[in-house]
Design a protein around this ligand. Structure first.
Ligand code: ZN
Length: 398
């Protein structure tokens, strides 16, 4: 049956695109019409369910571009992951995906798990066997032997193994390929965060084999050397994009690389946790200020930033995405820009921007209804009154 939802205002996704006294008409899992209430009502017909939200805002469902459903966000996520068998892990992943959906996140990109579990969860949700958000998943990221996040099962060495792993992920149903281009902080035995794990040639092989399968590549890269090599190789997104100096100690912002990122349309997914304030406090005011300047530098050079949280790591939950979005308000983005980043731009970064991320006829019925006006304060995005994920209704627990 069709569903008509009316509200005080509808935000279509792109900043500045707003309809006051608006409505949206849904048929199963697709948006049929959106616009001024009288016009949409006229198209609704009589056989329609109706929900009126007179003091509320309808906007696109939020997209979290960097999560790990396999990690439980508790005090010891890796230890827990290592002792959990696959069946239990999959159940936990389903629960965490649903937690995200209830909080208003209707699409998540999972950038690392094991044994293709995220693909199975994604497919069960798509078949309607389970409720949950849309999942875009990479499977096990490529890494070097004992390298960053080797415990996901993606250790490779040399061209043959690189191509084999990419093909294996593609055959299992990956939506994209993830490669750990640099070290990272959660795998102590891996190279340091600033160091590259793969050569520029090896990254080109990853991108080449992925493009044979029609898949984009996301590169985890903290160091500037790894960022430059990944951009050269032609990846689609850089995860973290921290611009750490080679050899450690400080930052190395490279205008030339950043400009190429912008011109090639490579997105930067910062993936800072919801408790970014605590993180900045630990860094101290001087380094925190440098980080903000680096975000603004990327933005000024035209790099499109998309939000993500690394949900699953310690203290980075699946239901507190709005806290993470407030980082961008702190940096100086307007609330309209932040909503656009977390919907329209994120969908484009994930390669699904023609059917997801906006409230337009023909788009997937992914939306949230929130009390008040999130353009006035992002806090209104917390505790949505209604969440539709591909037409399936979730209600906020509060
Ligand atoms: Zn991650």
């Amino acid at each position: 049956m069709r569903l008509l939802i009316t509200a005080e205002r509808v935000l279509l996704g792109p900043a500045g695109h707003q309809v006051d006294d608006g409505a949206i008409l849904i048929d199963e899992n697709t948006i049929l019409a959106v616009g001024p209430r009288p016009e949409v009502e006229a198209q609704a017909g009589s056989d329609v369910r109706r929900r009126d939200y007179p003091n509320h805002t309808i906007l696109p469902g939020l997209i979290n571009c960097h999560v790990h459903l396999a990690l439980d966000a508790g005090s010891a996520p890796l230890e827990q992951y290592l002792v959990t068998e696959d069946t239990d892990l999959l159940l936990g992943m389903a629960g965490r995906a649903q937690q995200a959906a209830r909080s208003g996140v209707t699409t998540i990109r999972d950038l690392g798990d094991r044994q293709g579990l995220a693909f199975r969860l994604r497919d069960a949700i798509a078949r309607g066997q389970l409720s949950g958000p849309r999942i875009v998943a990479s499977g096990a990221p490529l890494t070097i032997p004992r390298g960053h996040c080797h415990f996901f099962g993606g250790e490779v060495s040399g061209e043959h193994e690189i191509r084999q792993h990419v093909r294996d992920m593609a055959d299992r149903g990956a939506d994209l390929i993830k490669v750990m281009a640099s070290g990272g902080h959660i795998t102590p035995e891996s190279p340091p965060m600033w160091a590259t794990q793969f050569s520029a040639d090896e990254l080109r092989i990853v991108v080449d084999e992925a493009s044979n399968a029609g898949l984009p590549v996301a590169a985890h890269a903290h160091g500037s050397d790894a960022i430059a090599a990944a951009v050269d190789a032609g990846v689609s997104t850089i995860e973290h994009c921290t611009w750490l100096r080679s050899g450690g100690g400080g930052y190395d912002q490279r205008d030339e690389v950043a400009k190429r990122m912008a011109s090639q349309g490579v997105y930067a997914c910062i993936a800072w946790p919801p408790d970014w304030r605590g993180f900045m406090e630990r860094l101290g005011p001087e380094r925190a200020e440098q980080i903000i300047e680096r975000f603004l530098w990327m933005d000024e050079l035209g790099i499109r930033l998309v939000p993500g949280t690394d949900a699953g790591l310690r203290g980075s939950g699946f239901d507190d995405y709005v806290d993470a979005l407030e980082l961008y308000a702190h940096i100086g983005f307007s609330n309209a820009q932040i909503i656009e980043m977390a919907s329209v731009t994120s969908a484009q970064a994930l390669g699904i921007g023609t059917s997801v991320g906006q409230l337009q006829p023909g788009y997937s019925a992914d939306l949230i209804v929130v009390d008040g006006n999130p353009l006035a304060s992002l806090k209104h995005l917390r505790h949505p009154q209604l969440v539709l994920a591909h037409g399936h209704a979730f209600h906020s627990p509060s």
